[in-house]
Design a protein around this ligand. Structure first.
Ligand SMILES: Cc1cc2nc3c(=O)[nH]c(=O)nc-3n(C[C@H](O)[C@H](O)[C@H](O)COP(=O)(O)O)c2cc1C
Length: 175
C-alpha cells in the first residue's frame, strides 16, 4: 500500500463500503428544535454508557446542539427513509420538524416517534477535529422502540426493504 496523500473522493468511495445504520440527532434550546441525519455514530463506553457523533463543523444544527448541552440520537427503521431525507435537507429546522410527530425526553429534547430507539445524552465534549466536531454524550436516558428492520446506508444509498422486512443492498456502481 503506497504511503502518500489520499484523494478525498477515493477515501469517500472506500468509506461508502462501510455499511451503517442511519440516525437523526436532535436537540432543543431556547424554544428551538434542531435535527440532522447522521451515520457517523458509535458507542464509546459501557461504563458510563456513552456515544460519539461526528458533525460537519458548519451544519446549521450545531449552535442549538452546542447551546443545549444535551442531544438525542434517534435510530431510524427501514420504513423511515423519508425522515432521513427530510433531516438531511438544508432547510430551516422549523420546516424539518413540521408535521413530524415527536415526544420529549427528560431534557426537552425532541424524540422522533416510531424509531427503533432513542438515546438522550448529556454532552460531555465537543471537540473540533479537522472540518468536523466530535460530540461525546453520556447517555442519561434511553427508550427502546419498535423491533423492526433498520434503515441501512451502503454505497452512498439506502437499502430497500420489501414488505416482509427483507432488505436489498444497493447495487455496485460497476454492475
Ligand atoms: C445517510 C446520511 C448520513 C449523514 N451523516 C452525517 C454525519 O454523520 N455528520 C454530518 O455532519 N452530516 C451528515 N449527513 C449530512 C447532514 O444530514 C446534512 O448536511 C444536513 O443538511 C445538516 O442539516 P443542518 O445544516 O440543518 O444541521 C448525512 C446525510 C445523510 C443522508
Amino acid at each position: 500500500m503506497p504511503d502518500g496523500p489520499v484523494d478525498p473522493a477515493a477515501f469517500r468511495g472506500l468509506m461508502a463500503r462501510w455499511a451503517t445504520g442511519v440516525a437523526v440527532v436532535t436537540a432543543h434550546h431556547a424554544g428551538q428544535d434542531a435535527g440532522l441525519t447522521v451515520n457517523a455514530f458509535l458507542s464509546v463506553s459501557l461504563r458510563p454508557p456513552s456515544v460519539l457523533v461526528s458533525l460537519m463543523h458548519d451544519v446549521d444544527s450545531l449552535p442549538v446542539i452546542a447551546a443545549s448541552g444535551a442531544f438525542a440520537v434517534n435510530v431510524l427503521a427501514a420504513d423511515q427513509r423519508g425522515l432521513s431525507e427530510r433531516f438531511a435537507r438544508t432547510v430551516p429546522s422549523a420546516e424539518k420538524f413540521l408535521g413530524v410527530p415527536v415526544h420529549r425526553g427528560s431534557r426537552g429534547t425532541p424524540l422522533l416517534n416510531g424509531t427503533l430507539g432513542a438515546l438522550e445524552c448529556r454532552r460531555v465534549a465537543a471537540t473540533p477535529q479537522f472540518d468536523h466536531v466530535l460530540l461525546v454524550g453520556e447517555v442519561v436516558g434511553q427508550e427502546l422502540g419498535r423491533d423492526a428492520p433498520p434503515l441501512l446506508f451502503f454505497r452512498s444509498a439506502y437499502a430497500e426493504p420489501d414488505p416482509d422486512g427483507r432488505v436489498t443492498l444497493p447495487r455496485s456502481p460497476r454492475s
